[in-house]
Design a protein. Sequence first.
Length: 198
Amino acid sequence: MTEYSAGLTSKLFWLQESRKTAALIIEGKKKNEIKEICWSENIYQVKAEYRAGEVLNGTYRRVSLLPSEVMTAFVSCDIETAKVINLIAILMDSRLFFEFMHDVFEEKLRLGEKEITDRDLNVFFDDKAMQSDVVAGWTDVAVKKLKQCFTRMLLEAGLLTSSKKPRMIHEVHVDYRTRELLVKNGLEIYLNAITGDK
């Protein structure tokens, strides 16, 4: 299992960007070739070259974690399904965010609770600080940014109605074919964290 990291704060949900990166990987392009394309054609629609590099590094790392069959579906599926697959790729890349989804979000869905409160976020990070010296060493500012990052990601994935209070949970529907694909490819644990299914 990877170590905890606060790196998620510098990244965004990047849905369209991730799909573009995945499409180029499927075409057989190597990372350095994609780098050339993203600079010459500005496929990520960013103003600065360094930002294009950040987006490429972040999206490439995430989508590369997806099994090839899931990556192919990600490029061609409808937008709601793409949001779910993109969130799964983010959870695969961020141990801390996955544990939040597994320990807090999934539990809320199972209990029928409808809101992610400040207390939920605070208790989660306090618990992690007790379990991990890495998390315990983070500044209050870093933890605050991570809390904002988690709720923003969930909003963009369609799982919250707002990233501001009250943060009401919006349950997403994942169609049968997508469920089957994710389970077959060993991603059931991530799917359950998003849907609350056992």
